[in-house]
Design a protein. Sequence first.
Length: 573
Amino acid sequence: MKPLQRHLVNTSRKVLCTAALAASLTTAAVVTSPTTADAGESEPSPDSPQATDRGDARLDLPAPVADPQVPPTTGTPEGSSGIPGTALDAYKRAELSVAAALPGCKLPWQLLAGIGRVESVHASGYGLKMDGYTEKPIRGPQLNGNGFAEIRDTDKGEWDADATYDRAVGPMQFIPSTWSKWGADGNGDTKRDPNNIYDAALGAGLYLCAGDRDLSDPAALDRAILSYNNSREYVNTVLGYMRQYKDGVAEVPNPPAGNYPTPPTTGGLPTPQPPRRTTPPPKPTPTPTPPAKPTPTTPTTPTKPPTTPSTPTTPTTPTTPSKPTPAPATLAKVELVGESGITAEAGAAFSAVPRVKAVLSDGKPAEKQVVVFAVEDDTTDGTGFGTSDSLVVRTDEQGIAVAPGLKAGAKAGTFTLRATAYDATNQFTVAFKGTVTAQPVVLARTDGGTLPLEAVAGTSIKGVELAATAGGKPVAGLKTTAGLVEKDEAGKWQPVKPEAAGKVPYFKGAAEGEKLTSVALAPSAADGKITVPELFTSDVAPGTYHLRVITPEGVALILELKITAKAEATPQP
């Protein structure tokens, strides 16, 4: 799958947020982290408020299972900087989708790649497929309290195939209960599946951005990774890979399923560590306290009720209820402007510029609304916006978002152009159906001539060669037919009647004396050349005739043939 430099969002296709955006905008992941990044500093106490939504941070969870490709030291890890193409695409799509919905977060895709590297080695070895799923499921061990935290089943086995206890699932290792809140649709297929790397990467991105975090702030970045896994070693390892990927990354093919180690047992849950102590804390010695002697109480004399009637209070004037403040308008829909179908020739720009309109709940235009245009399901070999298959724009004062610069791919095919806008709780999507047609074939004489092909009656016309091109490039393998034609009463070219054979220039057939007015030509060569067989003119009356070379699609070239009479012999004196 192409990297996001060729299609930045698409997210989609591959590409876009769902109602999980609401959680990312409204829920803050509160964490307590060290004040410095010093690896020797005490980690947060199990009793500190780690209010993360990936699970209960006070669970006694083990550290992640060691990955032989992940060095145990802190600092920048060593190893290949290659990332499988599908995983790389998923991380970059998630970055752009989060940027569209939460521009203040500044989530770098390299952070997601660092987490994906530590959690599942980018789903390598599990048979990562182009659609984001894996041939082999990625599941952590059963969280049954036996060496791990005890988390009873929360999803009825829907995601982790375990109806008794939960397991961490997918490339980014989500606990099912966490996924129920942060799950997202990263590839626009209307599903939210933690086992799909597109969905998992977007869900992880939304989780990391919770609480209005700005991940360009090193302290906020540190807290975000700690909220994902409360381990200083985990943070250092993720940051090491993130920096490595920022220095450059190579896209590599998706590897087949292999024999990789079991993914981390924490499922990305925080791994709290107790404070370091050199001596155990002293135990308090209880001091017995003698029981207090009971003190008798003296009964009190009941008071007499008042005999004087109380003065009636003055009735209050009812207040006029204030009018409720109407709720602010929210994004209600996105609709197409113009036709839903767009068409262009291969390699050409689309003359019809895609446009959509964003509308608020009060019917007014949604001004400055972020809209993501993403090319998906492309069979045209490269339809997109320059080097990207995605474009992020904002609507104007009329709520209109325009996607200029869309150029058709190199070959005929179809694609979907999806336009998606977000608010705090929903996404709204419309789609254009795109068609790319092949560039028209052009037939021309290789000698560049346009004058009639001449011959004397009784001779022949040979050596006629044509060239087939499309977009200035040769067309190989093009099938054509050559035949004598004449115009009908309506001025249209029609094949000559069969009985005209021998009265017009003709081709020789395989049988002795066979005369043909039409033959199938050999397919065009690699250089687009087409050779017309020899045309004979025996017994053909002088005059002007026409030969048509035509493709199955109806592209034709008319060649004019001029047959002149034999010269009269000059009598000898």
